[in-house]
Design a protein. Sequence first.
Length: 425
Amino acid sequence: MRNLLPQPRMHWTHEPTGTGDSSLSSSSSAVGLAKADGGEGRGEGVPAVRFLERRPFRCSVARYIENTYLFSRLAGLACAGFLAMIPFLSGCQTNTASRPERANKAWLKSWRAANPTWRGVHLMAHNDQQVVQLQEALPKLAAVGVNVIVLEVNYSFDFQSHPELRPPSGITRPRAKELAAAARALGIRLIPQLNCLGHQSWSRNTSALLTKYPQFDETPGQYPENKGIYCRSWCPQNPDVNRVVFALIDELADAFDADAFHVGMDEVFLIASEHCPRCRGGDPAKMFAKAVNDLHAHIVGHRKFEMLMWGDRLLPANTLKYSEWEASKNHTEGALDLIPKDIIMCDWHYGKQAEYPSVPWFLGKGFRVWPSGWQPLEATQAFSAYAHSQKNRNMLGYLCTTWGKVSVQNAADWPPITEVLPTWK
């Protein structure tokens, strides 16, 4: 950076060599002969740079080219030095704006150090009242060892980015912020969830997204009142769906001060449908992988969060001897080899079995696995014990789902939580 500092202004001079030759001698060809303003000697310490003589008729073409080259080198060095300063200048401008992000990263680093094992509970909330109930229940949940809560919100939020999708009395941003702060104070990591791709309807009720944007439907105009199907899906190849969905994800993540996001994606049965003009005839595995990869690019690539999803559509039902609900019989399982390995697989199973082959299946593919049980207690204990036996560093812990079988207020006393989570140290 020294050459960028202000230097004394130079005069061009030349000294006779004693031979009558007016050309510059070797000793006078450097800026050592150039005198600073104010007289002899004040130019000392100035970098030696050749200057072009004032008598162009006596200057050779070679000398002219050499001097021009040296001047261009100096200009280039000065420009490079200025450009090198830009990152430092921009950093000074953005440090203040990034303080909340740095605080979140610091909290997450501390949480990870204190919680090598994830003891989670999956809950749902649809309005501020339920959020308040959850906030009041946090101390009891923390007391039984819960250090992660996956909160399924879906479209039950007071969205500002897409107000057409918000319900009359959804969760508000201030209440979400309060819940997140209370959870962090107790060492609980809060992860919001929005069901993506599938579960866009339930019974006769179609979700807000496909109600307001019917063009996103994988089966547009089909199945009136959702008769004859399990749940609707959005089209993973619609060019506009991600723009809307990503805005919703961002808003939920920001409201809950999240550093991870759960995208759902379980029980997707309508994919590569003959009724979709874009997906008809396509490979279901590639269609499913596209949806996963699009979400990953935004959540992990852009937002720098961790991404979680249910794993059932990535499991071969016939090979692993699972039902069509907890594994795939509609040819989506091939997507497992087409998606990033840093996605956390929430591998759910609710029946009691001697073995749960999906656990080593995911682990063998290089994924982190979060086994996820429900009820009855005997099945939860069996699944937990089998997961324990794997002894793999990618085994995160255990997630207890509730699915309405216990209220938020009583969750801390529910046997699948109180009997199973404490076994995960």
